[in-house]
Design a protein around this ligand. Structure first.
Ligand code: A2P
Length: 315
């Protein structure tokens, strides 16, 4: 398995378990299965609404003693309603409490968008705070403090475009250590990857399998399937692998981390086994041709008329 390196020498397994959309009743078992079968990287977020159930798995597995806390990389994310500077560390402490941990390996600003503190998900322009009311740099400076206090080992961002990264980086000496973004063969993000690589920012790929279990309200009627793409299926057959494994391997080979979500025992195990084979140049070239800038999870839903967010992506 490839590992991503951080400046202080820490490393993170490239393949982790995603927990977005993992149901409360299933996620404890899923995380236990993952940790007991070799996963050492679990991706969480406050807004997934299941951190307490993930924490239950951590507590049970670490008590068992076969897997140690320090051998597992745990990421979580600050939700958009806790961007005000006084809210960042309390939100982080709530996540730590839910996860039953005393530190995170990585904490990310989930989106470059701020909601009012009592808004879990916005419905109208008034539900947002403008960037003047909650400047990203103020949120970021609290992330830096959290790192200095030892509550988190690394800090980063998620869903940041190149211009948003640049505008944050010009105001701070603390470059984000990670940018977690949607990334798969239909949205290959070559420019962003190049920018991040030049600036020493690691990248994690979310929705690597196309997130087919999103709520219907988030789906376009005619959205394309990654797992059923003929090129992916052809490459999978050639390697005696599943389409999911090809998609995971593709991300890993490009040097990003990748966090496929599953609550199914067979698929949890299968996804980690993606680390065990190689795609050749022809495979990589055929997959390169699939890029057509398609997003499954569009942050455009935060670009409500009348709020100050009109340019979440630079495309
Ligand atoms: P399940 O949890 O039942 O395994 P993403 O990581 O892109 O958000 O995609 C998650 C979706 O992909 C879930 O519906 C998950 O279902 C499914 N999934 C996870 N692993 C595989 C796999 N190896 N093959 C097919 N589907 C998978």
């Amino acid at each position: 398995m490839k590992k991503l390196k951080f400046k202080n020498g820490d490393t993170m397994d490239a393949i982790g378990l995603g927990t977005w959309k993992s149901e409360k009743g299933k996620v404890t078992e899923a995380v236990k299965i993952a940790l007991n079968n070799g996963y050492r990287h679990i991706d969480c977020a406050a807004t997934y609404g299941n951190e307490a159930e993930v924490g239950e798995a951590f507590s049970q597995v670490f008590k068992d003693g076969k897997v140690k806390r320090e051998d597992v990389w745990v990421t979580s994310k600050l939700w958009n309603n806790a961007h005000k500077k006084e809210d960042v560390i309390p939100a982080l402490k709530e996540t730590l409490n839910d996860l039953q941990l005393d530190y995170l390996d990585l904490y990310l600003i989930h989106w470059p968008v701020a909601f009012k503190p009592d808004v879990a998900f916005p419905e109208k322009a008034e539900d947002y705070l403008s960037l003047k009311e909650a400047p990203l740099i103020e949120t970021w400076n609290e992330m830096v403090k959290a790192k200095e206090q030892g509550l988190v080992k690394h800090i980063g961002v998620s869903n940041f475009s190149i211009p948003t990264l640049e505008s944050l980086m010009k105001d701070t000496d603390h470059t984000p250590e990670m940018n977690q973004v949607e990334l798969h063969p239909y949205l290959q993000q070559n420019k962003l990857l190049e920018f991040c690589s030049k600036n020493g920012i690691n990248v994690t790929a979310y929705s690597p399998l196309g997130s087919g279990d999103r709520p219907d309200a988030m789906k376009a009627a005619d959205e394309p399937s990654l797992l059923e793409n003929p090129t992916i299926i052809k490459i999978a057959k050639k390697h005696g692998a599943s389409p999911g494994q090809i998609l995971i391997k593709w991300s890993e080979q490009r040097g990003t981390a990748v966090i496929p979500k599953s609550t199914n025992e067979e698929r949890i195990k299968q996804n980690l086994m993606s680390a065990g084979f190689q795609l050749n140049e022809d495979d990589m070239n055929s997959i390169a041709d699939l890029d057509y800038h398609f997003r499954y999870v569009t942050g455009k839903f935060f670009e409500t008329e009348g709020n100050s967010y009109d340019n979440i992506y630079d495309d």
